[in-house]
Design a protein around this ligand. Structure first.
Ligand code: CA
Length: 229
C-alpha cells in the first residue's frame, strides 16, 4: 500500500519482528511504512502523515525515547513503544514521554493489532471527548460523584480522587507514584501500599455493583489502569 494518512509507521531494526508486524497489520487492512533507524523515522514524519507510530526502544542510532521526545515537538501522533526489557517498561511509564501504550517483547501480532486499534479508537474516537471509559461510568466533577453502571458510588475522598484519575484516561497505565501524586494532598506521607489498599476497597465497592466486571486492571510491577470499553 502506498504511504498515506491511514498508515502505521513501524520503527524496528530487527527485520523478523518488523516483518511480523507489517504482515499482521496488512491482514487487518492497515498500510505500513517500515524504518530501521530513529533518523529515518523522523524523516518520514517530517514529510508524511501517519495514523500511529510503533516505536522500538532499542534502535541502532538513537533510543526510541529520544525519537519520541523529538517527534513530540512537532506531532501529536499516537505512539506505542515496543520494549525488550522490564527496565524499559519502567521508563515508558515513568518518563512521561507522551506514549499512548507499550507492548513488551515477545508479543503476539494479534495483541499488537488489538492495542493499535484501541489506541486509535481512544485518540480518534469520541471517548476522549467525554473523558470517560464508556457508558458504564458517569462522573460529575462538580459534585465529586462517580456512578458505575447507574449506581452512585459511596467513595472516600482518596478513593474518589484515585478513580477520577484512572477514569480520565482509560487504558493508560498509571504508576503508584503517579496515582499518589494525583490523588493525595501530601504524597510524601503515603506509601505504595496505601495506593494498593485504596484500590482494594475501590474494587470491593465496584464488585458490589457488578461482581464479574473488575474494571480496574493491575499491571504487575507497573501500576493500574482502568479497563477500556
Ligand atoms: Ca531493537
Amino acid at each position: 500500500m502506498a504511504p498515506g494518512p491511514g498508515n502505521i509507521l513501524v520503527v524496528e531494526d530487527e527485520q523478523a519482528i518488523a516483518e511480523t508486524i507489517t504482515y499482521a497489520l496488512g491482514t487487518e487492512g492497515f498500510g505500513t511504512v517500515w524504518k530501521t533507524t530513529g533518523r529515518d523515522a523522523l524523516a518520514v514524519l517530517a514529510t508524511q502523515t501517519v495514523a500511529l507510530v510503533v516505536l522500538d526502544v532499542g534502535l541502532p542510532d538513537m533510543s526510541g525515547f529520544d525519537v519520541c521526545r523529538e517527534l513530540r515537538r512537532q506531532h501529536a501522533v499516537p505512539v506505542i513503544f515496543l520494549t525488550a526489557r522490564s527496565d524499559e517498561v519502567d521508563k515508558v511509564v515513568g518518563l512521561e514521554l507522551g506514549a499512548d501504550d507499550y507492548i513488551a517483547k515477545p508479543f503476539s501480532p494479534r495483541e499488537l493489532t488489538a492495542r493499535i486499534r484501541a489506541v486509535l479508537r481512544r485518540t480518534h474516537g469520541n471517548t476522549t471527548v467525554t473523558g470517560t471509559a464508556s457508558t458504564d461510568w458517569a462522573h460529575d466533577p462538580a459534585k465529586c460523584r462517580i456512578a458505575y453502571r447507574g449506581v452512585a458510588l459511596e467513595l472516600t475522598r482518596n478513593e474518589y480522587r484515585l478513580l477520577a484519575v484512572l477514569l480520565a484516561q482509560p487504558g493508560r497505565v498509571f504508576s503508584r507514584d503517579q496515582l499518589m501524586t494525583a490523588a493525595w494532598d501530601d504524597p510524601g506521607a503515603a506509601l505504595d501500599r496505601t495506593v494498593d489498599a485504596h484500590i482494594k476497597t475501590l474494587r470491593a465497592k465496584l464488585r458490589a455493583v457488578a461482581p464479574e466486571a473488575d474494571p480496574i486492571v493491575t499491571h504487575r510491577g507497573l501500576g493500574y489502569s482502568l479497563r477500556e470499553a
